[in-house]
Design a protein. Structure first.
Ligand SMILES: Cc1cc2nc3c(=O)[nH]c(=O)nc-3n(C[C@H](O)[C@H](O)[C@H](O)COP(=O)(O)OP(=O)(O)OC[C@H]3O[C@@H](n4cnc5c(N)ncnc54)[C@H](O)[C@@H]3O)c2cc1C
Lengths: 275, 614
């Protein structure tokens, strides 16, 4: 199976207080930020690796995992981290962070999918910076491919995938014909959630994403890393989503003490207006 | 709050990048021999992946390893739950091969990079990291001194963690006085030796992690001279190894017992009886007798640097945890509102005395880290210049010699004190096991004792290192500090601090002269009396110097980037630690020089019976 995994770097969510807005409020200051791969995208890469191997022999790859990101040169370190964990090739589409929105990224990805012809596009269900939760869905629509979002389980089943989708109140199981677009949720990296055809059903993975072993980190730079121009993938690069102004979230107001439940209910009803 | 299996370890990756790339300009030596396979991006990625690994795999075993400790079962030592699995994962991930040469499937990283990775491995779990640390230590010794056959047999397996390692010096009557060792070696016709004797306090002397352990044992061949000159170093596997690397019979190395101790409880500390039944075979390292002490010194120098790193690592972990706690714990109002009973309670981070403790910890931790990386850069530069510019290589090696005892002793003494301050920062919680601070403190105490007590380090510095190469290394060191202090005396922000540094540098020079005077005047016993304090003076001067160097870089960066930049607070923090150290710690260097010039000898003249009437 050939899997394409689009991924994004995000400002380190554990260091959110470092995120600043420029003085004119026009954009988020990106210089000097600590970056991390979007966690859901890391899970997507882990899922892709599990789908292209026999779990007992992870060093022998059966299939191809291609990772792609949109961003400036410094994003290559994020791609390399993925190459080190086992992805085969990387593509960086040259762009500045503020030249992109979900609509543009999805259209560019469509073009890339046409060139790369993967059997599966795996994405994180959302990026933890903008939390827009849309690229996978738009891409599937543009491609006219079947789609499953928020996957917590994927099993390869002939030419199709069995996908367990995380929904309110449980899991919905779908059978998805390939080629397809699937976005993944947190529980996809549990020990028994992803099985390729080669992996036996009693095999258990380690919880979470795999580590990049040191030799693989050093060899990752020898793996292919292509650089494309955004204009090669999308003729119309105008943004649909405009951000007129950014401002940091207001600090939380101090709490209030209430003397009894009656007062609490009253405040919830009349002040907070949540009841 | 920590519970079983939760990782407490934290590292500041921004600080690592600053020290390596901005302060010590590691980038300049990457990409060229012998580090041609390394680029800046590699280093950054290796450090962030290593951090992930330690937090997920070995950090969670720190507290549980402490609580469970090691025990004996059927005559064998059993390590805490999870240690064996974590050890296997560590080697699978390859972190212990970072500094190992390419010829042994390692990554040949610069020492400076390996050192920072080691800080994370040690900091996440100091007791655990002893086991793999000894594999590397024994490997490095055999790589330098072993015969080609010994290298071929042992090195690949030690470097891959298939076999364990120890260094066996200490005996009941031979602690600091290594030369008093009595373990005996008797030559056999086949070139091997029979080993007989008892070693105590041996770290990793037995465990259930690897199927054999390669002990390096200091012993005396029959008829060899007394003292250190007559010691030879033997390779003594706990289970014999055949020439093809397969394992044979047990080698009559018997675990006599496990010590119960204050800290690093996940690390076994063993009594080992060699040849109780006449069946313990050893092989002399490099095929030469009576070279044991010189050979062991090689391992000891590496090990002393490693112990300094342990001190630094534990202190850094304690500091960062104390900082996080101080941001969250609310207690009392701000002093600015002391009259207002309704004033909001503030995080203890806002109280002046808590800030003082935190800045004190920060300055010491960062200063010691700079000292350690400086030492490693000298090692790397010595290697780069060796064979091309031998004079320059010798100069770098000379600085390594001077900095090693300082790192070992100062990092371990201060490491313990930083941990103590971290406890104080948390108040009662610091004393409670759940928060992890008291374990850091207990673990850290051993660092000033093993690998040569800190007094042994101080004597190494004053009686050996200062005189090396006719005093040239000391002169270069004092010259470097002096030049820096002079150049920055008028610095708009750091000028006052640089002037304190100049005074400290002068005081160190004066103290050296005082000690030389004592030696000439027949008052030599004053030298050991003041040696520890001298080492501390010199180490504090070094730390003050390197903190100020960092601050001047930070000051320039801040000027270029402006105060709105996300890194601005980081750089301001660098300036604060340097200024704090220069104005609050460095003045005591000159103070101690004054004490030394008084030459008080009360500790020597007090009658033995005068210490107490018991
Ligand atoms: C947990 C642990 C792990 C250890 N691991 C190992 C190991 O793996 N291998 C190994 O070989 N050893 C190991 N040791 C032993 C350790 O190296 C020794 O304890 C240390 O060298 C000090 O020796 P000692 O305990 O005999 O103390 P002593 O030598 O008796 O020292 C007691 C005090 O006297 C001072 N003193 C001693 N001699 C002099 C002198 N000539 N002049 C001035 N002061 C002096 C010392 O500085 C110290 O303050 C370990 C010890 C511990 C506690």
């Amino acid at each position: 199976m050939k899997v394409l995994v689009p991924l994004k770097r995000v400002a380190d969510p554990d260091n959110a207080n470092k995120v600043k807005v420029t003085a004119d409020g026009k954009k988020v200051e990106t210089t000097g930020l600590e970056w991390k791969p979007n966690p859901f995208d890391e899970y997507a890469v882990e899922t892709a690796l599990r789908l292209t191997e026999d779990g007992t022999k992870p060093k022998t790859r059966a299939g191809e995992v291609v990772v792609v990101t949109f961003g400036p040169k410094e994003c290559e370190i994020t791609l390399r981290a993925m190459l080190a964990t086992g992805a085969d090739r990387a593509i960086r589409v040259e762009a500045e962070d503020d030249q992109l929105d979900g609509w543009l990224v999805a259209r560019a990805l469509k073009k890339l999918v046409e060139q790369e012809k993967p059997d599966l596009v795996l994405l994180g269900k959302q990026a933890v910076d903008g939390d827009t939760n849309q690229v996978g869905q738009i891409l599937a629509e543009l491609l006219g491919w079947p789609m499953a979002t928020s996957a917590a389980m994927i099993k390869e089943d002939g030419e199709a995938l069995l996908v367990g989708r995380e929904v309110d109140g449980g899991v919905i199981n779908l059978k998805v014909r390939l080629p397809a677009v699937v976005t993944v949720d947190l529980r996809i990296v549990a020990p028994a959630s992803v099985y390729s055809k080669l992996t036996k059903a009693d095999f258990k993975y380690n919880e979470g994403v795999r580590f990049a072993p040191l030799p693989a980190i050093m060899q990752a730079k020898k793996k292919p890393m292509a650089v494309l121009k955004l204009a090669d993938l999308a003729t119309d690069t105008a943004l649909r989503i405009q951000y007129p102004r950014f401002e940091p979230p207001k600090g939380r107001a101090a709490g209030k003490k209430v003397k009894d439940v009656a007062e609490l209910v009253d405040k919830l009803k009349n002040e907070a207006k949540v009841l | 709050m920590a519970s079983l299996g939760q990782n407490l370890y934290k590292a500041d990756l921004r600080e690592f990048a600053f020290v390596l790339f901005e302060q010590f300009r590691l980038g300049e030596i990457l990409g060229a021999a012998p580090y041609e396979s390394w680029a800046e991006d590699d280093v950054r990625m290796v450090l962030s992946e290593c951090y992930k690994f330690v937090c997920e795999v070995i950090g969670p075993l720190n507290r549980s390893g402490d609580e469970e400790g090691c025990h004996m079962e059927g005559g064998r030592a059993i390590t805490p739950k999870g240690f064996k699995e974590a050890f296997d994962k560590l080697y699978e991930a390859g972190w212990k091969s970072l500094g190992v040469g390419h010829e042994y499937d390692g990554q040949g990283a610069p020492r400076a990079v390996t050192l920072v990775a080691e800080e994370m491995l040690s900091g996440a779990n100091p007791a655990f990291n002893m086991y793999p640390g000894l594999c590397v230590g024994v490997g490095e010794l055999l790589e330098t001194f072993g015969t080609p056959e010994q290298k071929e047999l042992y090195l690949p397996r030690l470097y891959k963690g298939q076999w364990g390692g120890t260094m066996c010096l200490t005996e009941p009557q031979a602690g600091s006085d290594v030369g008093a060792a009595r373990t005996k070696a008797t030559r056999n016709a086949d070139g091997s030796y029979n080993i007989e004797g008892t070693k105590i306090f041996i770290t990793g002397g037995d465990h259930d992690i690897t199927p054999t352990i390669i002990h390096l044992v200091l012993a005396r061949v029959e008829g060899a001279p007394a003292g250190t000159k007559g010691l030879s170093l033997f390779i003594v596997p706990s289970v014999r190894v055949n020439a093809d690397g397969s394992l044979g019979e047990p080698n009559d190395v018997v675990l006599g017992g496990l010590e119960h101790k204050m800290g690093i409880k996940g690390s076994t500390t063993c009594v080992l009886n060699f040849g109780e039944n006449g069946g313990c075979k050893g092989y002399v390292v490099g095929g030469v007798e009576n070279a044991g002490m010189a050979q062991m010194f090689k391992m000891m120098n590496t090990a002393r640097i490693a112990v300094g790193i342990q001190g630094l690592a534990t202190a850094s972990a304690a500091y960062l945890n104390a900082l996080v706690y101080a941001r969250e714990r609310k207690q009392g109002p701000s002093i600015k509102k002391f009259k207002d009973p309704t004033a909001p309670k503030v995080p203890i981070l806002e109280h002046a005395d808590v800030r003082r403790m935190l800045l004190d910890m920060k300055a010491r931790v960062e200063g010691i880290r700079a000292l350690a990386v400086k030492l490693a850069m000298h090692q790397d530069l010595a290697q780069i210049h060796a064979g091309k510019d031998d004079a320059l290589a010798a100069e770098h090696n000379g600085q390594v010699e001077i900095l090693t005892p300082m790192l070992k002793a100062y990092a371990s003494d201060q490491g313990f004190r930083v941990c103590e301050n971290a406890i104080q920062t948390l108040g009662g919680a610091g004393y409670i096991s759940d928060y992890g601070m008291e374990q850091y403190c207990r673990d850290a105490k051993i660092f000033s004792i093993y690998e040569g007590t800190n007094h042994i380090q101080a004597m190494d510095l004053v009686s050996r290192k200062l005189a090396l190469r006719g005093g040239a290394d000391l002169k270069k060191f004092l010259g470097d500090v002096g030049t820096f202090a002079k150049r920055n005396a008028e610095h708009p922000v750091l000028g006052g601090a640089a002037q304190q540094l100049a005074l400290a540098q002068k005081a160190v020079g004066g103290a050296v002269a005082a000690m030389m005077g004592w030696t000439q005047e027949g008052k030599i016993e004053l030298v050991p009396l003041y040696a520890n304090r001298f080492l501390e003076m010199m180490a504090e001067t070094t730390v003050g110097w390197l903190l100020l160097e960092a601050a001047s870089i930070a000051h320039d960066r801040l000027g270029a980037l402006g105060r709105q930049h996300p890194d601005a607070a980081f750089y301001q923090g660098k300036i604060s630690s340097a200024v704090y150290f220069a104005l609050n710690v460095l003045p005591a260097v000159a103070g101690r020089a004054q004490i030394m010039s008084g030459g008080d000898d009360a500790a020597l003249t007090i009658p033995d019976a005068g210490f107490a009437a018991i």
